[in-house]
Design a protein around this ligand. Structure first.
Ligand SMILES: Cc1ncc(COP(=O)(O)O)c(C=O)c1O
Length: 399
């Protein structure tokens, strides 16, 4: 017997496509995967060295449930220096990744039936985590022409007396969009009219930006500081996905509530990873800069190539490592074997099975008109992927 709360949630669509791609690869088929959600770089060596040293130095035991005070202190310094935000160590809780911090934050703040506004396209886990917390996801569709960013008017229209939280993700997974200071200020003005609403600001892609420096809504609206939950971590910016290290910075009362859940569910994150995290924040960022430069080059290539494909349009994402082209002109088309492409999932399955290209359907992110292509892949793979995509689309008979 499986509990109702599990029956109500969907498995991660992104993982579904990657597993199918791996299955085909195991069968010996050539598959180019642009479905991955992690950098194709290794963790910088000096961070690995710090972890090895931590093992040698005997950092083998449990740490504090909220994480090592040293690292929380370093995170406060980082937030002050890089983001202009004032936090004290009791306002920081480390976790086994941003994902855990988001999940526990929702469990700590959402009561059954509370509404959580999620702009779409959204990261796949938000609505499912809200449902696990017995809240109600309220999905707000955003426009391609606005770079898939929610406007102040859209936010105002979505608010009801039951609204408890807004989830923002900038730079965004899956679109790569980044909110500007002005756009965040406009959203904050609406929130000021509604004192009961919290903001969960997922900033995990903070360092992977190509034009402007990342801005947090906490910077845009310091008056909202007592209801903003900043989520961040080490996975993307330092290529440390497997180390499982993230954190929440927020009001002390909410951090305390999250700590209560964490103390019963997982305890603090790995002692070794925390030492690695210290090295990541304290050392020069050359490796990060190099990685971002590589992502920028690939983005420039991919977005240009996508816009050259008949019927495809893609805006230039300002951050993360995803392109989210609009492929809606191919919906309702017919495959060479006579099957109908009813939605972006059908399209991605066709591309995977027939052309050996793995992409994630926009359906998984609440935006059926798009597909997500990750450019955490080599230039060579990107070029082959573009070839497979354009040939695959050209084989479809439009209505
Ligand atoms: C938007 C977003 N938030 C959070 C996470 C999870 O990050 P972590 O590896 O720190 O759990 C991801 C990872 O894919 C993500 O894309």
């Amino acid at each position: 017997m499986i509990a109702k709360r599990v029956q109500a949630i969907a498995p991660s669509e992104t993982m579904k496509i990657s597993s199918r791609a791996k299955e085909l690869q195991r069968e010996g088929k050539s598959v180019i995967s642009l479905s991955q959600g992690e950098p194709d770089f290794k963790t910088p060596l000096h961070i690995c060295d710090a972890a090895v040293q931590a093992i040698r130095d005997g950092h083998h035991g449990y740490t504090m449930n909220t994480g090592n005070p040293e690292l929380r202190e370093i995170i406060c310094d980082k937030l002050k220096e890089e983001n202009g935000l004032e936090y004290t160590p009791d306002q920081i809780i480390l976790s086994n990744g941003a994902k855990q911090s988001i999940g526990f934050s929702l469990l700590a703040t959402i009561d059954p039936g509370d509404e959580v506004i999620i702009p779409a396209p959204y990261w796949v886990s938000y609505p499912e985590m809200v449902k696990l917390a017995e809240g109600k996801p309220v999905i707000v569709s955003t426009a391609f022409d606005n770079g898939f960013k929610m406007t102040a008017d859209q936010l105002r229209d979505a608010i009801t007396p039951r609204t408890r939280m807004l989830i923002l993700c900038s730079p965004s997974n899956p679109t790569g969009s980044c909110y500007t200071l002005e756009e965040l200020k406009a959203l904050a003005e609406v929130l000021l009219e509604h004192p009961g609403i919290l903001v969960l600001s997922d900033e995990i892609y903070e360092y992977i930006v190509f034009e402007d420096k990342h801005v947090s809504i906490a910077q845009a609206a310091p008056v909202l500081m007592d209801r903003i939950l900043v989520i961040n971590g080490f996975s993307k910016g330092f290529a440390m996905t497997g180390w499982r290290l993230g954190y929440l910075a927020g009001p002390a009362s909410i951090v305390k509530a999250v700590a209560k859940i964490q103390s019963q569910e997982t305890s603090g994150p790995s002692s070794i990873s925390q030492k690695a995290g210290e090295a990541a924040y304290l050392s020069p960022r050359d490796a990060v800069t190099e990685m971002v430069a590589a992502f920028r080059k690939r983005r420039d290539y991919l977005v240009d190539a996508l816009n050259r494909i008949d019927g495809v349009k893609c805006f230039n994402p300002g951050g993360a490592f995803y392109a989210f082209p609009d492929i809606s002109t191919y919906l309702n088309s017919e495959t060479p074997s006579g099957d109908r492409i009813r939605n972006s999932t059908d399209l991605c399955l066709f591309l995977l099975e027939e052309r050996g290209l793995a992409a994630v359907p926009g359906d998984a992110f609440g935006e059926p008109a798009g597909i997500r292509l990750s450019y955490a892949a080599s230039m060579e793979h990107l070029k082959e992927a573009v070839k497979r995509l354009s040939e695959g689309l050209a084989a479809l008979k439009k209505e």
